[in-house]
Write a protein that binds this ligand. Sequence first.
Ligand code: NOJ
Ligand code: CA
Length: 582
Amino acid sequence: MSTDIRPLPLPGIPLPELPLTPQSLTELESLGVSPAGGIVPDPGWWRTAVIYQVFIRSFADGNGDGVGDVAGLRARLPYLAALGVDAIWINPWYPSPMVDMGYDVSDYRDVDPELGTLAEAEDLIEAAHALGMRVLLDIVPNHTSDNHAWFRAALDGDAEARARYLFRPGRGLDGELPPNDWESCFRGPAWTRTTDPDGTPGEWYLHMFAPEQPDLDWSSPEVRAEFVDVLHFWFDRGIDGFRVDVAHGLAKAVGLPDGLGRDRRTEEHPGWDQDSVHEIYREWRQVADAYDPPRVFVAEAWVARPERLPLYLRPDELHTAFEFEPLHVTFRAGPWRRVIDQGLAKAEVANAPSAWALTNHDVVRQVTRYGREQPELRASNEQQRARFGVDPVDYELGRWRARAAVVMTMALPGAAYVYFGEELGLPEVESLTSAERRDPIHTRSGHTDPGRDGSRIPLPWSGNESPYGFSGSVDVRPWLPPPSDWAGLSVEAQEQDPASTLWHYRRLLAARRDLISEAEPLVWLESAPDVLAFSRGRLQCWVNFGPNPVGLPASLQVAASSRPEVTTMLPPDTAVWLVPSD
Ligand code: NOJ
Ligand code: CA
């Protein structure tokens, strides 16, 4: 084995002089990691972009009330520019009772007062653009909040308002049974019975999620027109696109027939993925294309049959869609190889790039998943959460594996998403008490499912005491309390340590900018059974999932690696990028 593999000088980032999070454009420019001169025009930016998902309630609290907000995000934009992301996707920031943390929208054309103002939102979009980062918002078209003016009017008996939702008479002698057998994704029946203004039991309405999230009737022309207008509202304010929540949900089968016990996740179901949904996206695409530059859509579309996903990505529909398998696939070579092959095959059929994400606000964070799993397990999100408190977690192992996994996904063709806090190697917080949990899944499951709060804990910025600079003062208790042992994970702590996960992400994203381009297709290389190796042009990516170190090819040098010490041998649970050494 040749000893020809040397770590490259780290691209673009001066080490070991470690600047703290830059506070100004000049400081950013001195880091050499951001264009800092505004957006570089590129209509295809979304094909290869790295997009940072901002769970806004938990990113940074600008006014010290314990809830993350627009002002906090605005102040921390330089941190994101220095991280090296191309865009941010902000989870819903609209006025909302926050039953489902903003996915219950009561007004699509404003910002929730707890999170900021519309003027602040406009300023944020401008500031992000000045730093070279594009902005995606989250649009929630499947359902509104029960507090939306339309739904309140509907409950008051306004016939026009009722026609925008799915109200139906119940079954049974007195209408006491739900209109069909559909189940809510948040447990229990997908129907709730209303009470008429005179106090007698009335019709039922459909909600695929919580009862506070009534589903809209997308066969209503008014609903369609309303959302076209909402798209314009935000596009006119300069946003670059939308992540489309539950994109496969809007259209329902005519007559709302029973699902007859079919599992929506694996079988066709009349409540999901109906052909008529595509008319909606064809109309939306025309809206997006009429802007200069054209705006883009990324779909959250869970389809029971993978071959139906490309239908959403036809040239006159949505631009790209998330890959969901990486959110729960086990840290093993074989399963990952299948996930990547399937993702690439779909992308080829659709002629649309994949959108890769290792985690998001709906699933258990990857450090915990990889630190806990038994090798034979491929667990759904619910199964992952169910193991909380049952199996111990090896956090160190989980963190090394998470660092390796992102080296791999950042080398794949397509766009890549980073969920806030994954750049710090945050684990799932499983120590929340039942009373502290806010996710409706927790309550609706009769407290048996811990829900998703553990992945939404406020980001630790600095200091030794919770909430670690999130809210300015340690006297503030944020809406979800960060645990007492997170001081070492804070941005401040990790900036002092060149071996930290934060610096790992910064180096990796800088290397990606230098090395990855869409033009280079993925080619699998021969490797040992526990190893995945592929090339993309002159770049090679090697990932060791097995228990033994493996030799790396001679005459290549390390351009990025998940552990600092990699040279000629690739340790277990480690990944590298290699390039020719000339
Ligand atoms: C998907 C979102 O990611 C999730 O957080 C939300 O609860 C549901 N859609 C319902 O809007
Ligand atoms: Ca706040």
